[in-house]
Design a protein around this ligand. Structure first.
Ligand code: ZN
Length: 681
């Protein structure tokens, strides 16, 4: 599970560290996107062995790029190649409107690892003409185009153009609309042609029922495409020698090298088990790997590499590929250690019904890390907090690892500095002051609480299927973690632990959370659309539920309300402690829904509070946001690692380099990490 940046929703004043005066945190901007850069703070202080390990892991993290592209849609690799060829080789009018529009479209496709918006999942509308694109494709070397055996350029255009230009073809990557066949109507490539939602659900239900060890269920369906061949459903497993085999072999190649410079035998064993999983595709091996990984907490360098998050599958089973490498920020980690060390205290004192609490909160490790490379589904748009593994029983019996990615959060904050957002949306000077003083700190703290305590808290009642909330499962799980964080960020325990400066600081988090959930996150939604993404649904659900329950029974002032001033809507919080009580009540209810596997309860909460958008307020927020001229989404350009080798081929130095242009990086990745054929059947 992961946590996205709630946005660039805080303007902050963080002190400038030495030597970073000339570092550019922001880079180019296009469509609704802003490219940022992050610094790999502390890399120079690592040992040569650690640097080498990070270099190998970064290669492994970039080697799976094509997998994600194909997972996001079966035509994506071909479309990328067509666009890139025109982008680099077109020798007509490169300043003309059509070519410029193609450039923007390609930059968006790169950003989303496919033709659907990375967040909203809707297909992009190209602003260049079919005619222009066809002519441009005819003008380039056909040897560079992804032609099938014997296919002409025109035939390629005829096959692919409807996918790009016709808005009714594959309109959504991941469809979550209640009541539709979510498998048939989703363009994501997790299910083959002709497979229906009912068939897929039946297929996996049968598998679960036949499970010889239901106490320790594997992550059914996680690493395969479910296809229908000759009327029979079968899984095409993603493994060496199977589907995506060539990409996986390249990943294995780099993991083998990483193993030779692992920080410990324990870590070498982790990498070894992962390689075994990639070779066999066996999900029991994956669980064994997860256990080794979660129990290896000693070293500085760590990584994720594999099929990880299932947000892109409408049924929430199949995992998209991601990879990244990181090392520990020792100083900041002291903060999260304090939380982990008190995990049982937090569990015991939460407002949740005792039946749903863990008696034994174990193994929650949390740390603040420095990201060194981002790959797959973490690039360029990325999470700022990650909690893994996702297997419920592994988490219950072996714990989970939680990370807050400090250098990314820092980059977001730096980029948001002074952009006018708060002046527009925060109700008054006093609240802005509060946010300026404590906003960053409490944001970090909420992320820590969400990741290291929230996701790790609570338990399912015996016999409850972990997937029983189906399409609502992700949003409910995120709500649980967010509410845990919201409830505790206001707790005196945090001040006692020295994590919050005083008893008022939490108010900055309450204000920005409510403002985001009720209003400002709507800048990410197209007019007329509803909310689909799990984290956004969660935030809307929490904020609207609280707003709906904010009026006290005695008829006094509500704890929180929306007020109008000079024709503009603002969130006004009248009673912060009462708000905390409401967060606690909702936490108890959401935990009950999760623990009991109450699908109907989950559906009610999400559909009532988390999906619909008030069109009038939406219009207002979009207009106010537009006037600020900010990009609602941000993503990162990776640094480059440059190795020096001696005559025997031993690495003698690894240097980190910044400043590569966005298009240069994307084109380079398409060259250097092209691991898969254009069509993967
Ligand atoms: Zn989360």
């Amino acid at each position: 599970m992961f946590l996205l940046s709630a946005s660039a929703l805080t303007t902050s004043c963080t002190s400038t560290k030495e030597g970073e005066a000339d570092f550019q945190y922001t880079d180019e901007r296009f469509a609704d996107l802003q490219m940022l850069r992050y610094r790999v703070e502390g890399f120079e202080e690592l040992t040569l062995r650690q640097k080498t390990l990070i270099y190998y892991l970064s290669q492994a993290a970039l080697s799976g790029r094509d997998i994600l592209w194909d997972q996001n849609g079966r035509y994506n690799l071909r479309i990328r190649q067509m666009l890139e060829t025109v982008y680099t080789d077109f020798d007509g009018d490169r300043t003309g409107a059509d070519f410029q529009a193609l450039s923007v479209y390609l930059k968006r496709v790169w950003f989303s690892n496919g033709i659907h918006h990375h967040y909203g999942c809707d297909k992009f509308v190209p602003a260049f003409s079919e005619d222009f694109f066809r002519k441009a494709l005819h003008a380039v070397d056909p040897g560079k185009l992804p032609l099938a055996e014997g296919q002409s350029v025109d035939a390629l255009c005829d096959e692919i153009f409807p996918i790009i230009f016709d808005p009714s073809v594959m309109p959504k990557r991941t469809n979550q609309a209640d009541g539709q066949d979510l498998v048939v109507t989703s363009a994501a490539n997790y299910y083959g042609q002709g497979v229906t939602q009912e068939e897929a659900e039946r297929f996996y239900l049968a598998m679960k029922e036949a499970d010889p060890d239901p106490e320790h269920p594997i992550m059914f369906g996680m690493n395969s495409r479910l296809v229908k061949e000759n009327g029979q459903l079968q899984e095409k497993v993603w493994r060496s020698g199977g589907l995506y085999g060539p990409a996986i072999d390249r990943i294995i190649f780099w993991l083998e090298k990483a193993k030779t410079v692992a920080e410990s035998d324990k870590q070498a064993a982790v990498i070894d088990k992962l390689i075994e999983f990639y070779r066999t595709g066996d999900l029991r091996t994956f669980d064994a790997y997860s256990i080794l990984w979660v129990e290896d907490t000693e070293g500085d360098v760590d990584f994720t590499n594999g099929f990880t998050e299932s947000y892109g599958d409408p049924l929430g089973m199949k995992a998209s590929w991601e990879g990244y490498a990181n090392f520990k920020d020792r100083e900041a980690t002291e903060r999260t250690k304090k939380l982990s060390a008190n995990a049982q205290w937090f569990e015991d004192h939460s407002p949740v019904d005792a039946r749903f609490k863990k008696e034994n909160c174990r193994g929650i490790t949390a740390k603040v890390i420095v990201a060194a490379i981002l790959g797959g589904d973490l690039y360029p748009s990325t999470a700022i907090g990650i909690n893994l593994p996702n297997s419920n029983w592994v988490r219950a019996e072996h714990g989970s690892k939680s990370v807050t990615i400090g250098n990314l959060t820092d980059a977001y904050n730096k980029a948001a500095h002074g952009n006018g957002f708060q002046e527009e949306f925060v109700i008054d000077e006093a609240t802005r002051d509060l946010i300026n003083k404590y906003g960053d700190e409490c944001d970090d703290l909420h992320t820590d609480l969400h990741e290291c305590l929230g996701h790790g808290s609570g338990k399912l009642l015996p016999g409850v299927d972990a997937d029983s909330l189906k399409a609502y499962g992700s949003a409910i799980e995120e709500a649980r973690a967010d509410l845990f964080g919201l409830y505790y960020v206001a707790d005196a325990k945090l001040t006692e632990l020295g994590l919050t400066p005083n008893d008022d600081a939490y108010k900055s988090q309450y204000y920005t959370y409510m403002m985001n959930g009720l209003m400002t996150q709507l800048v990410r939604i197209e007019p007329g659309a509803s909310i689909e993404e799990a984290h956004m649904r969660n935030r809307a659900m929490i904020a609207h539920w609280v707003l709906d329950h904010a009026a006290p029974a005695d008829g006094g002032k509500p704890a929180v309300e929306l007020v109008k001033r000079d024709g503009k809507t603002y969130v006004q919080i009248n009673d912060y402690p009462a708000l905390r009580t409401l967060f606690g009540q909702l936490l108890a209810e959401v935990q009950r829904v999760k623990s009991e596997g109450d699908f109907e309860g989950a559906r009610q909460l999400i559909e009532t509070y988390g999906v619909r958008v008030d069109p009038e307020l939406h219009r207002e927020v979009l207009a106010r946001y537009k006037a600020l001229d900010l990009a609602p989404y941000k993503g990162f350009i990776n640094p480059e690692y440059v190795v020096t080798e001696d005559e025997q081929g031993n690495i003698t130095d690894v240097q980190v380099r910044y400043g590569e242009a966005y298009d240069h990086q994307m084109l380079r990745y398409s060259r250097e990490y092209k691991t898969l054929p254009y069509i993967n059947e």
